[in-house]
Ligand binder design. Sequence first.
Ligand code: SF4
Length: 336
Amino acid sequence: MAVQEEETTAADQPVLDVRDLKMHFPLRAGLLKRVANFVYAVDGVSFKIMPGETLGLVGESGCGKSTVGRVLLKLYEPTAGEVRFHGRNIFAVDEAELNRIRQRIQIIFQDPFASLNPRMRVKELVGEAYRVHTGDKDWEKNVEQVLKKVGLQPEHMQRYPHEFSGGQRQRIGIARALAMSPQLIIADEAVSALDVSIQAQVINLLDSLKEEFGFSFLFISHDLSVVEHIADRVAVMYLGKIVEMASDRNLYQTPLHPYTDALIAAVPRAEAGRRARRKTILRGDVPSPVNPPSGCRFHTRCPKAMDHCRVEEPTMIEARPDHWVACHLHGPMPHD
Ligand code: SF4
């Protein structure tokens, strides 16, 4: 008989525990549409997010970070691995339980216009899911309150998405997520489509909402400077794998992986007094996730690549307290 898993909600237990997650998309070819190959979009990703914590997931376009976000909501059926939300494996629960979990995990998308139904007014866009799931007759009051929290006015309830600017539309998307009282919010490139000045406003808003409501946060972005402002810890992804994970401070001040070093070097620094660092220049494009390079996947672009990097895949090790890296420059040499 299957043992019913207990939900874990203690403050020292992770809200989200992702274990060796893999998402390989089949590529079909020929008349019979046989599987000819796979896109190794996510290839063995593990991380945890604690209550109230913000994890930044960063990497270049095509590294698999957005696919991770979608698998966490079970929008894709993963190839392998587990995603535990408060201890419950979301791939092993029944449909009713999955729906309950989905209410508590909300997502904010990059393009607020595409994710908002243009024929619905703001009050339905923000309040519909809440009304259906709670049956609350006073649901419009809840909409009014969350709109105020994101800096919109009660009169905005009667308007349609096209009547708002990009920044305001993203605020509607945030209000919609907030209306469900989530325990985890996934923001997928949530500010990438906005002007830089608006980006700062929305990031500050997300930060203050997180403080007030205490939800956990997975902040997915290609932009390290954006993540630096909001994350407690940062995980860097390259070609479907996490290559480095550390606290925000450690990662930005003492990156251990040459890829992280190169990403940070590419971020323009206006502030004076920052410790001068040697610069690693990132050359070439990200290789195809259909045929990822052997050994360390970064070896084709790494200025520090050694012979064995081409054949031996580095494993993730804790090189410093709570600072994890997968690179042969750190830890035992192969065959030691
Ligand atoms: Fe560079 Fe080798 Fe480290 Fe990969 S394992 S990042 S190729 S030094």
